[in-house]
Ligand binder design. Sequence first.
Ligand code: 5AD
Ligand code: SF4
Length: 505
Amino acid sequence: MYQEIDLDKIDINSKPPAEEPARQYYFMAKCREWVQEFERKKGRRPTAYVTTFGCQMNARDSEKLAGILEQAGYQIIDDEKADFVIFNTCTVRDNANQRVYGRLGELNGHKRRNPDMKIALCGCMMQEPGVIEKLRKSYSFVDLIFGTHNIYKFAELLYASYEAEGMVIDIWKDTDKIVEDLPVERKYSFKSGINIMFGCNNFCSYCIVPYVRGRERSRKPEDILEEIRRLVADGVVEVMLLGQNVNSYGKNLDEPMTFAQLLREVEKIEGLKRIRFMTSHPKDLSDELIEVMAQSKKICRHLHLPLQSGSTRILERMNRRYTKEQYLELAQRIRDRVPDIAITTDIIVGFPGETPEDLEETIDVVRRVKFDNAFTFIYSKRTGTPAAAMEDQVTREQVKQGFDRLLKVVQDTARSQVSRYQGCVMEALIEEVTEKGHAVEEGHSAKKGSAREEELSGRENVPMVTGRLSNNTIVHVPGDASMIGKIVQVSLDECHGFYYIGHCV
Ligand code: 5AD
Ligand code: SF4
């Protein structure tokens, strides 16, 4: 487990240690020497900017990148014109890749003005065949590229890029290694993600994740629990346990353990107030887990349970290994045992071979399960996945019609689900000061200039804070920054579609 390590005590003139994480601390000390030299020459610390694309796992990885940069002496800033810029990339859909290429073009402009600037890329997109070739050919101004399996080596790679003339590239095919004890720079003081496992073994036929994140590996429960204890001692009240498929946690441990058993242990940690987790695969969600959720005082009343499609025929082609009926039955079992739970989901529209009848099946499931929110995605063809080779790809026009129809049902259902609590008093964890005009973060309601901006404009002079209910719904209440990180009782006065405006009681 990470403890404050005194980099001054490391002899950087000796050979680097072979074992981890000592080796990375050695390179952090080497990088720090480079940083100090920069400071002497320029009279200021070098700045660094870490930007994240994609999921919560990537967000957590970025906190590790920032932690290492901090240790080396960089000043972390929120500006692309920094001396060191790193993009932690995603590749789950093609538009994520396109965004990276677009942003790289802008970075090139900054680098022309600041030739000492260094640009690094890491994460899922770097693991995809073809990407490195393209970067080599058309984006030769990038200095450092690495993938998902060797992110723990960031300090060593950063140092290599200071020493090297051209691009440094280090991509591994896979790893069975989990390196613990690296520094982390948390984005929030009161909540944190915790990786409990890495990789995925499911091979859903549309999904690139198993190819870029490798095989499933679980962290040891004692390492996870120790990390949470330390976070709690440092002021964290809410944790989000992270994995591509948390329901299969522990299967590959020397002493196998279920996810439900792990949750029971996390629950016992004193001072911890809230537990969340992400993501659950319906095929692995056990009755034991439902029971633990029902009995728990800390596990939040929210389950993200990706449906992907409501058509059994399409689910089979997606290799999801459940049927429409099994999903409906599972959702019912969860709602029966945990009545106040919010169920959210992911849906893909336009999977190869999907017909309007298949989409009707999906809409039917949305109506019956009454999702509290759903992230709807247009199918994106990912090279190398089985679905990319399927012949009956659906055209853009067909997809568009179906997508709009589904979105309307999803939004209507979500609105009526969220509004059920109008007038109730509930606990909210206050997360931030409400920025005026700041997009509502959740799902499809994320639009600037949205309803919320108008609603809040009537309260121009009242400072507001944003909180999150156990069921993941957002509430804005009058308040100030001193409330951040506190759990307060709020009255949910007015429902505005996907969020509430309320007041503390
Ligand atoms: N196209 C569209 N959506 C996808 N997802 C994963 N792969 C694809 C793809 N090729 C969606 C799934 C998953 C979410 C994280 O991203 O719905 O649950
Ligand atoms: Fe992709 Fe399926 Fe694994 Fe999720 S469970 S990461 S959708 S392969």
